[in-house]
Design a protein around this ligand. Structure first.
Ligand code: MG
Length: 298
């Protein structure tokens, strides 16, 4: 299942992608019409319900039988939101998790020995097809970072590496937009990583059952249709299990927490001279088995 959140009649609603048409089955509307008890109002609420949520959706689907076309929303008519607009914590990000990227940002000496973590403010989150603000009044070095993101399903603390993937609800795509000049000036990454609209997420969360091995997925970023990043998550320095386990040592992970797993080589700053984003640039990040997240700079 691919879970999406969108705005409909001014309200946040959610649904799943219909595999036949690519349109969206409006679960929020079905829940109201079919009077299903304790049906969650948002996707985050659903994720908090754990396996019960998936069972409920299955029941809903069965009750529709063949005639579900009246509950389909045309994908082109939606305002896409991030599948989760307000995660419980800041968006958690792994820095320098691909060797070649660590080198392009500095040198071999920048390859980390331990998982490196920073966060992005939740107010930076935006959805598929939304515009990324160039913020030319505060930065002249806006850059992209295509990344696989993990969404926590079952919370926990002191999670072992062998149990880590059992805590994942699903996977999505995240663009870790970064103001390089602010990132450098303020030492800590927070400001440079948190400008409004600098965290596009989507278009959907794909359920973990549909991704066999998240540590082996092709990832490509294009800017104006030109390939800038082209790698595979098998090149992670710290695989997802290690990232989750490390984060959870003494710190509670909660359902809906989002973890961006780091970006491969090929960011704008890595070019000589650097190529930063400009108005009207379109960024497409594609991850094997998930889909493509598209945003334009305005
Ligand atoms: Mg990043």
């Amino acid at each position: 299942m691919k879970f999406v959140s969108y705005e409909c009649n001014g309200l946040e609603q959610y649904g799943i992608v219909d595999d036949q048409t690519g349109d969206i089955l409006n679960l929020s509307q079905i829940a109201i019409i079919k009077e299903i008890d304790d049906f969650p109002l948002t996707l985050l609420e659903g994720i908090k319900q754990g396996d019960h949520f998936i069972t409920t959706i299955q029941k809903v689907m069965d009750s529709l039988e063949q005639d579900y076309s009246s509950f389909l929303l045309k994908k082109d008519s939606l305002k896409w939101l991030s599948p989760i607009s307000h995660p419980p914590k800041n968006v958690i990000c792994v820095g320098k998790n691909y060797r070649e990227h660590a080198i392009e940002m500095g040198s071999e000496a920048d390859i980390p020995e331990h998982v490196m973590i920073f966060t992005k403010a939740t107010t930076a989150i935006t959805g598929h097809l939304s515009n990324i603000d160039l913020h030319s009044e505060v930065t002249s070095e806006l850059d992209y970072e295509g990344e696989l993101a993990v969404v926590i399903g079952k919370g926990g603390k002191n999670i072992s590496e062998s149990d880590a993937l059992k805590h994942v609800f699903g996977y999505t795509i995240l663009n870790d937009i970064t103001a390089r000049d602010l990132q450098k000036r303020h030492k800590q990454f927070f400001i440079g990583k948190s400008l409004d609209t600098s965290c596009p997420i989507g278009p959907w969360i794909i359920h973990h059952s549909q991704i066999k091995n998240p540590n082996n997925l092709d990832i490509t970023t294009k800017v104006n249709n030109e390939v800038r990043q082209n790698s595979n998550t098998k090149h992670f320095i710290f695989p997802i299990e290690e990232v989750i386990s490390t984060l959870s040592k003494g710190m509670t992970l909660e359902p809906g927490d989002i973890i961006a797993t780091g970006t491969p080589a090929g960011v704008g700053k890595g070019f000589k001279p650097p190529i930063f984003l400009k108005r009207n640039d379109q960024i497409d990040i594609t991850i094997e088995g998930i889909g493509t997240l598209t945003n334009k700079v305005q």
